[in-house]
Design a protein around this ligand. Structure first.
Ligand code: SAM
Length: 479
């Protein structure tokens, strides 16, 4: 795992590393960066609708760099040109040159403003989730971050996952159980030398199960490519029938479980403290509480799961539904805005009246561009007010309602200036709302989450007389 780009990305992009090309918000593409070499001298090119990115322009760059698309000649175009030069191919050769040219960087005019560059990002479970090749529905980041936190998955723990599907949750779980230290890690000493770390917490494990053969094979391949195969042990198995312990009699010793299966209640019998199958131990760590989460889209599935949980000793059963919404917050001019500010009735009697009002508002809008002038006026009035209220005869503070407090003529003048100041200030703030609009928010319609019900429960550890005795000794320090 010490060379997994998901756990330890190199400071810059390197040959053979996985990178994520970010083309725009919500459009990320994973690519394997490949440098050209003597045996393969042609530069690898990733073509996108925002342009072409030869890998030579993506390599040896700090992660996060912006890369400008290149105008590259495709092999189709090259072939066409050659045939054209040689006078072969006629119309067809010309067409192929044109076709190839169109398919490269010249994107349609409406995309021109945003076309032509990308950012190259290091792989993370979050980026992998939004860019992975989907073979199934997947668990998205808002769900898995909550699940891993509720299951208290930490470095060194073991988590069971079934089914593995497209491996979205698998990547996040692998990072959560990883101890954060490369296997060959050494400690740097003050004198510049280094020595192996004394105490190194063991990395945890993800025991993943998938019964679909192709999905199992594909995920195994990806985990190897991503340097995660020493953390994730993926098994091809129907967990309803065969449970979670291994054929050789080994137990995963898990303290956390995620079941993302069509019928999680069917698998529950294999997650007990006592063995459910001959020659297979319980898959749970006997020394810790087991925490489970089931991920089901229908409430009927939830009901069946909870019934099974209750009868099998699971406690603290709770259900959540994750509603992940992205809010689009902006100022918007609405008719209510206009009307509220102008203090007139919102309903226009006719189209003519509405047009008339709109004209008035437009005129008012230009008027407000004299903003700087208003500010200047406010500032000078504020100054004036300060001098005349504190230093004036009688020195009394003024009320905000425009009445004088038993002082002379001068203060009546101050009073009127003050109320004018307040009026201008009020109008100024109204103008701001009027000009910029009311603050509104909407949730975005398209959400990339698969809403499911999350059922959590815990199974306490076994507690024997021996445990009680040991506990008593520890507590009271004696017999
Ligand atoms: N959690 C996965 C992810 O984040 O990518 C997605 C899981 S997908 C919704 C459900 C998977 O469970 C499918 O790939 C399916 O083949 C697998 N599955 C269904 N029944 C199973 C069983 N009895 N044993 C093992 N896997 C099973």
């Amino acid at each position: 795992p010490n060379n997994s780009p998901f756990l330890y990305p190199a400071p810059t992009t390197v040959d053979q590393s996985l990178g994520i090309i970010s083309l725009k918000r919500d459009l990320q593409v994973p690519i394997l960066l490949r440098a050209s070499n003597p045996s393969n001298p042609t530069d690898e090119i990733t073509n996108t609708r925002f342009g072409s990115f030869p890998h030579s322009t993506l390599l040896n760059r700090p992660w996060g760099s912006q890369v400008i698309a290149s105008k590259v000649e495709t092999s189709d175009s090259k072939r066409g040109r050659k045939r054209k030069r040689e006078g072969k191919g006629g119309e067809e050769a010309e067409k192929s040159v044109e076709r190839a040219e169109e398919s490269v960087i010249e994107t349609p005019a409406f995309e021109a403003a945003t076309s032509g560059f990308a950012h190259i990002l290091p792989p993370t479970p979050e980026l992998w989730t939004v860019s992975l090749p989907h073979r199934t529905q997947v668990v998205y980041t808002p769900d898995y971050s909550f699940i891993l936190q509720r299951l208290r998955v930490r470095a060194g723990e073991t988590i069971i996952e079934a089914g593995a599907g497209s491996g979205s949750f698998t990547h996040a779980a692998a990072r959560a159980v990883f101890n954060g230290i490369p296997h060959d890690s050494t400690q740097l000493l003050e004198n510049g030398s280094s020595k192996p770390r004394k105490k190194q917490k063991k990395s945890g494990k993800v025991c993943s199960f998938e019964y679909h053969q192709d999905r199992h094979a594909q995920l195994q391949k990806e985990l190897t490519e991503h340097g995660l195969s020493s953390i994730v042990k993926i098994t091809h198995r129907d967990v309803y029938e065969e449970g979670f312990s291994f054929e050789n009699g080994e137990s995963p010793n898990a303290s956390a479980i995620l079941l993302d299966l069509p019928a999680p209640w069917t698998a529950l019998k294999h997650l007990s403290r006592t063995p459910s199958l001959p020659n297979r131990p319980s898959p749970l760590n006997p020394k810790t509480t087991a925490r489970i989460c089931t991920f089901s889209p229908c409430i009927e599935q939830v009901e069946k799961t909870i019934t099974a949980m209750r009868s099998q000793g699971w406690t603290e059963i709770t259900m959540y539904e994750m509603q992940h919404k992205r809010l689009d917050v902006r100022r918007e001019l609405t008719s209510l805005n206009y009307e509220g500010l102008r203090g007139v009735n919102a309903s226009a009697a006719s189209v003519e009246e509405a047009v008339c009002r709109l004209r008035e508002l437009t005129a008012k809008f230009s008027e407000f561009h004299a903003d700087a002038k208003v500010r200047k006026q406010v500032n000078s009035l504020e100054k004036y007010n300060k001098v005349h209220t504190k230093g004036g005869k009688g020195g009394t503070e003024q009320g905000g309602d425009g009445t004088a407090n038993g002082t002379g003529d001068k203060e009546v003048v101050v009073e009127s200036k003050r109320s004018r100041l307040e009026r201008i200030k009020k109008e100024d703030s109204e103008r701001k709302v009027w000009r910029e609009g009311k603050l509104v928010h909407r949730s975005e319609m398209e959400l990339k989450t698969h809403t499911s019900f999350l059922v959590f429960a815990i199974l306490p550890r076994e507690w024997s007389g021996v445990d009680e005795e040991r506990c008593g000794k520890k507590k009271w320090g004696g017999e």
